[in-house]
Design a binder for this molecule. Structure first.
Ligand code: HAM
Length: 420
């Protein structure tokens, strides 16, 4: 029979890699707890309308990249392309932000699906660690999210990071900026790529971060978003920069940074990391003060970020940084003969019940091959039992790193392993 391949752009996380994922996820949970963000888990698919209303009709993600299908009840369903819209829906649904003045700080870990052209660092299923903070409109909340994100990278050991920030301002500032940009680009329309000619009416801001060289030439000299900011938005962005500086975070203002979602207002940011090649954005975020209302909630400001786990692991790998690996303390039970194997089967249950990781080969292979497997599985110890150990109620405990071994009473095994 022929093999069945994984769908294009989807990666398996095999046992040799999964400890890295666990480590990164543990660090994400730890840093979230320190900043007082609680975990939220939302469905992997949602009603398609959520993303149309949330992410935006004009965005590339909604237009070209969603996995959308009808379920058996004829409802249009979409695999989530990102985390924010679902979290906002759940925060409204779950009553987290329905009271006047409510505040909620949440984090999430999980997969997202985008029908993109697969490339190094770009997959059709990717995983994000993200946070969303609701209820505080002040710049402190933007900066708390950025600090958490940078702290997470520091704990993972990622180097060579650059934080870029920009501001689109409030709704009116953003509209003013859009108009200014359309006025600037309309005379150059013929120079623009086909996509960007369309964007000129649907989503002109996205022309700014187009990868197309013609588009990049056309936007050179475009008025920066900062010139369209209202006084309030200007003050907000100044304060964000001040707070970042005061916290010792280095950043660069990138006036062309717009990011791919319609929901952003005020501050947005992106972090790039060395060693990632063309897909060098390791994480990005921003403020979305109108999104909760747009999705049917009580008007509530929000801000957050999403950070790609695959890209983080690629960056670490190419930077030669290794994550802390928990020392394996696996005990491998080796049996000489059937009676010993039966005794070891029981002993294995006792060890596990005592919180000690244990395993054995129950198939009756030779002692030599049992030792070989123990080695391959990177066991820390072998516990060897044969007829003489059975008669004397002892076991042979062998430390694989040093090959040193001793015979001890079976009753002392757990205490010995625990104190080692
Ligand atoms: P995003 O910039 O689209 O933002 O994605 C966040 C991160 O996810 C990216 O910086 C990248 O590291 C990773 N990522 C995105 N797409 C892919 C892909 N196809 N393959 C591999 N990695 C990918 C958001 O999703 C927003 N929801 C972030 C946010 C939260 N803004 C406010 N709150």
């Amino acid at each position: 029979m022929s093999k069945i391949a994984a769908p294009r752009g989807m990666l398996d996380i095999l046992p040799a890699e999964s400890w890295k994922w666990q480590t990164v996820e543990r660090l994400a949970r730890e840093v979230s707890a320190l900043y007082h963000f609680a975990e939220i888990r939302t469905p992997i698919f949602e009603h398609t309308e959520l993303f149309h209303r949330g992410v935006g009709e004009a965005s590339d993600i909604v237009n070209k990249e969603m996995y959308t299908f009808d379920d058996r009840g004829g409802r249009s369903i979409t695999l989530r392309p990102e985390g924010t819209a679902g979290v906002v829906r759940a925060a409204i649904d779950g009553g987290l932000i329905n009271q006047e003045g409510a505040r909620a700080k949440v984090f999430y870990l999980g997969p997202n699906f985008r029908y993109e052209r697969p490339a190094a660092g770009r997959y059709r299923q990717h995983h994000q660690f993200g946070v969303e903070a609701f209820g505080v409109a002040e710049p402190e909340q933007d900066v708390e999210c950025i600090l958490l994100q940078m702290d997470f990278y520091r704990r993972c050991g990622v180097k060579d990071l650059e934080l870029q920030v920009n501001s689109l301002g409030d709704r009116e500032s953003k509209q003013r900026y859009r108009d200014t940009l359309v006025a600037f680009l309309t005379p150059k329309q013929a120079q623009l790529s086909e996509d960007s000619q369309r964007r000129l009416t649907t989503n002109p801001l996205r022309i700014l971060d187009s990868k197309d060289t013609n588009d990049q030439a056309a936007v050179r000299g475009a008025p920066p978003a900062a010139e369209s900011l209202s006084d309030n938005s200007h003050r907000h962005f100044e304060r964000v920069q001040h707070l970042l500086g005061a916290a010792g975070v280095t950043f660069r203002v990138n006036p062309n940074l717009v990011r791919g979602f319609d929901y952003y207002t005020e501050t947005l940011w992106e972090v790039t990391a060395g060693g990632l090649g063309a897909q060098n954005a390791i994480g990005g975020g921003g403020r979305y003060d109108n999104l909760v209302e747009q999705l049917g909630g009580r008007p509530t400001p929000g801000v957050g970020f999403g950070s790609g786990i695959e890209r983080l692991l690629i960056a670490l790998e190419s930077q030669g940084v290794s994550l802390p690996r928990p020392e394996p303390k696996l005990v491998w039970l080796v049996s000489h003969g059937d009676a010993a194997r039966e005794a070891n089967w029981k002993l294995m249950a006792e060890l596990r019940a005592a919180g000690i990781a244990a395993d054995m080969d129950p198939s009756g292979r030779s002692v030599k091959s049992q030792f070989k497997v123990a080695d391959r599985e990177k066991a820390a110890y072998c516990v060897v039992v044969g007829d003489s150990e059975l008669t004397s109620d002892t076991v042979v405990l062998k430390r694989l790193a040093t090959a040193e071994q001793s015979t001890i009473p079976r009753a002392d095994l757990i205490a010995t392993l625990k104190s080692d």
